[in-house]
Design a protein around this ligand. Structure first.
Ligand code: TRP
Length: 443
């Protein structure tokens, strides 16, 4: 018998665990910081509601409808063999995201371990810039921490949907919610925190004239929700008919967005209170923020808790990414779950080594003028995820019969059904196409 989630709560918490990750903390803070803060947040939220939410519903519906792995989900009832590849793209894409995601998760884990022993603060006394650069430039260390995070991920996935994935999420997610709220309350109590709040919530409208803001908001919405790579297709395939998908999807999208905002409230007030630069880029969470912490009383404790948050949030997302190829290997190749988790995480590890070394021995290797890791992250978030999202919208909107896809989404007979369908048919594809074409400077 195919595995199923143990409870409705377990499923919701596991999907929120997939959505909440480095994207909500590390990536959200730096992308928001670089793209004008509040104006970005507004565009981002609109994309989450109008593009992300319909796609989350669609992915869950496609998965539950077929009750199979990601490849089976796009095959069922299809004569057109082309759709078969859609599932495979999701499988390969999830592995590719996991490959560099594990590297950044490893940085977080290294910082947490260092903060817990105190080594981090001693070693970084000369400044976090030099410390971080020294760390990511070394050959052994980033690879070591990347491997540890992948091993932990494989261990959980090997234990199965209910006994592994659901269980660890039910444990970790409430703790993460408490931690992020606690950190935000602390940051808001700092003198001068108001500047950080207004950076995030009072828009500077001039930022909206930059086309790159829209592309970055779109990419961030996909990445942070975790849509586009069949993760929700796979998680949805372990669902029974007794759960209503639209409500579940709203909970997931709202939880993910709220989490990013609260994490922003933990980071920006601290950064502004001590005069850090919000547009410091990917290094914001690893250089600017700890530098700020080092200057304030109790900051080393806050730092330890922050990097614990980052590591644990990353782990629950890594689990979701590994589950996509593992489910395919179990169901298509007949591997045992344990063996599939081991073999695939080993392959993902090798695939990620160039990313781990991209600031060290491979620093001369640039893709599109960027270090390997940065280039892969940008290409995936701003291009591959939107294109795959477009394919999912077309599949659920046009390829399946309307009555079939609306029934799969629990929207048959609902007044929201046609709205959802037409968003998938026209709204989502057109918006994505216009933003992508504009960024290629065609329109
Ligand atoms: N959403 C996760 C984050 O914010 C990352 C993630 C998990 C993801 N599953 C995904 C990104 C699927 C893209 C596609 O960190």
């Amino acid at each position: 018998m195919r595995e199923q989630w143990g409870s409705r709560t377990g499923f919701i918490v596991a999907t929120i665990g997939a959505a909440v990750g480095l994207g909500n903390i590390w990536r959200f803070a730096y992308i928001a910081g670089e793209n004008g803060g509040a104006a970005f947040l507004l565009v981002y939220t609109v994309f989450v509601v109008l593009i992300g939410l319909p796609l989350v519903i669609a992915e869950l519906a496609i998965g539950r409808r077929s009750s199979g792995d990601a490849v089976a989900a796009f095959e069922s009832g299809q004569r057109n063999a082309l759709w078969r590849y859609a599932g495979w793209i999701g499988v390969v894409g999830a592995a590719l995201i996991l490959s560099y995601y594990a590297v950044i998760a490893g940085w977080a884990f290294k910082y947490f371990a260092g903060a817990a022993t105190g080594d981090l603060w001693r070693a970084a006394h000369g400044g976090f810039g030099g410390y971080f650069d020294g760390f990511i430039a070394s050959t052994f260390e980033p690879v070591f921490w990347q491997l540890l995070m992948l091993a932990a991920t494989a261990l959980v996935v090997a234990r199965g949907v209910k006994g592994g994935i659901e269980r660890i999420n039910l444990w970790l997610m409430p703790v993460l919610a408490l931690i992020v709220i606690g950190l935000a309350v602390f940051a808001l109590s700092l003198p001068g925190s108001a500047k950080g709040v207004s950076f995030l919530f009072s828009p500077d409208w001039s930022a909206l004239t930059r086309p790159s803001v829209y592309l970055n908001a779109l990419g961030q919405a996909f990445f942070s929700l975790g849509v586009g790579m069949a993760v929700f297709v796979t998680y949805g395939s372990y669902l029974g008919r007794d759960i209503r998908l639209p409500g579940a999807a709203v909970t997931i999208a709202a939880g993910d967005t709220l989490f990013a905002m609260v994490a922003g409230l933990a980071i920006f007030p601290a950064v502004f209170a001590l005069g850090g630069d919000p547009a410091a880029g990917p290094r914001l969470a690893f250089i600017t923020f700890p530098q700020v912490l080092l200057q304030m009383p109790g900051g080393t404790w806050i730092g330890m808790i922050f990097f614990l948050l980052l590591t644990a949030a990353a782990l629950t997302s890594m689990i979701s990414l590994l589950e996509v190829p593992v489910a395919v290997a179990v169901e298509r190749l007949g591997l045992s779950r344990g063996r599939a988790a081991l073999v695939i995480s080993a392959m993902v590890f090798l695939l990620g080594v160039p990313s781990a070394l991209s600031y060290g021995v491979l620093t001369e290797w640039k893709l599109a003028g960027q270090p390997i890791l940065d280039a892969v992250d940008h290409a995936i978030s701003n291009f591959v995820l939107p294109v795959c999202g477009l394919a999912i919208a077309i599949y659920a909107g046009w390829r399946l019969a309307p009555s079939d896809s609306m029934a799969a989404a629990d929207l048959l007979g609902s007044r929201l059904g046609p709205l959802w369908l037409w968003l998938l048919r026209l709204g989502v594809p057109l918006t994505i196409a216009v933003i992508l074409l504009r960024s290629l400077k065609v329109l």
